[in-house]
Design a protein around this ligand. Sequence first.
Ligand code: FES
Length: 159
Amino acid sequence: MENGKVDRKDELETILDGFARQANGLIPAFHAIQERFGYIPKEWLPEVARAFNLSQADVYGVLTFYHDFRLQPVGRHVVSVCRAEACQANGSAALIDRLRRKLGVDFGETTANNEVTLLPTYCFGNCACGPSMAIDGKLYGRVNAERAERLLRGMGVLE
Ligand code: FES
């Protein structure tokens, strides 16, 4: 444990040890890695593949099949906005425009101060209450542009 990088690898091994013994443990392992580190570094895939006795292509295929997994580091807060059809029909375009403008970032980007990452989601299963968005995993329904701004102000990420 000479530096942070070694510590992270130790933690990765501990996570993998726990899940590799479980049937169907790969997806829970990805969730645990993302929860701990905020994303799943691509360079860790060989270790993940080894732990589960799978090919790197198989592991990568599972990882990229699910929109919830992130391959890039994120900011202190993650704002996810639904871009699927029902939310579009309920007016998510105005919400998305406002968030892009106020945060100064596009989907997949993080604000310069590293506070907020804006991510797209393709249905939270909250379609009847769209437009839907989540802040740090907490789901909000019927979010118009004004409400989204209020929520972000309440978190102190917008003035
Ligand atoms: S379409 Fe947005 S939550 Fe389902």
